[in-house]
Design a binder for this molecule. Structure first.
Ligand code: HEC
Length: 218
């Protein structure tokens, strides 16, 4: 009898573990695809803007375009998805908001190490479930076009323009192929509450009731 119980419970445990692992794996695969398509959306809007600005009015104007457009594009993408949050981060950040948190720092350090071991930055990505949230990072390599504003030798007029917007800029000194930074995405299965403006108007004494509001799927 004892043996039967042990056998039965191990079968049950095995089935349970399998059932628990399966959806997670499928979800992660789908989420990775979603993350990649959001990155393409971000890069697909920013890079042409940058190139157009460089070509039409030169790098000083392009600094301005980058400073305004990059945060704006991120904001728009984030506003259109209640579950996803996308941003760019770097160990040597230019924008103060691009400072990595502990997890992002770990991943960026790992990317740098991989590159030192000879791996190309182009296909480097990493994902993990952290505190119930799916997190994904994709490295951004330093390409030739990036050197104008992120290398060791930045023209003085461009340097001046960068300092005007970012007095604490650390994002210089990069060479071709180095990891400039990464896209960092977070998927929160709970989503955000649908209309923040309405919620702000709720008087303080009712605030606890916010917990009762469940997120509406997009
Ligand atoms: C015309 C100048 C210019 C060029 C060229 C340029 N950048 Fe930047 N980069 C900026 C500015 C300005 C910011 C800050 C924008 C912001 O607020 O997000 C920035 C921010 C970033 C960030 C966000 C992290 C941080 O340090 O704030 C990454 C990642 C980045 N650039 C990567 C690149 C890559 C990769 C290329 C080449 C494909 C490139 N940049 C080309 C000016 C430039």
């Amino acid at each position: 009898m004892k043996l039967l119980t042990i056998c039965l419970s191990s079968v049950l445990l095995f089935t349970y573990q399998n059932a628990a692992a399966q959806p997670n794996q499928i979800d992660q695969k789908a989420l990775k695809q979603e993350a990649i398509s959001l990155i393409k959306k971000f890069g697909g809007q920013l890079k042409p803007e940058l190139k157009k600005a460089l070509k039409s009015k030169g790098p000083v104007h392009a600094v301005e375009v980058c400073a305004k457009k990059a945060p704006e594009i991120a904001r728009k993408i984030n506003a259109s998805s209640s579950n996803w949050h996308i941003k760019r981060v770097s160990l040597k950040n230019r924008n103060p908001n691009a400072k990595p948190d502990a997890w992002e720092r770990k991943v960026l350090t790992m990317f740098d190490q991989k590159r030192l071991n000879g791996e190309s930055a182009k296909k480097m990505a990493y994902s993990e479930v952290v505190d119930g949230k799916f997190r994904f990072m994709k490295a951004q390599a330093t390409e030739a076009v990036c050197l104008t504003c992120h290398s060791k030798n930045i023209a003085p007029n461009i340097q001046k323009a960068i300092h005007q917007y970012y007095p604490n800029d650390k994002a210089t000194g990069y060479s071709l192929g180095e990891i400039r930074g990464a896209f960092s995405l977070e998927y929160n299965p709970q989503g955000t509450l649908p209309n923040v403006r309405i919620i702000k108007k709720i008087p303080n004494f009712m605030k606890l009731n916010n917990r009762a509001l469940s997120p509406v799927s997009p």
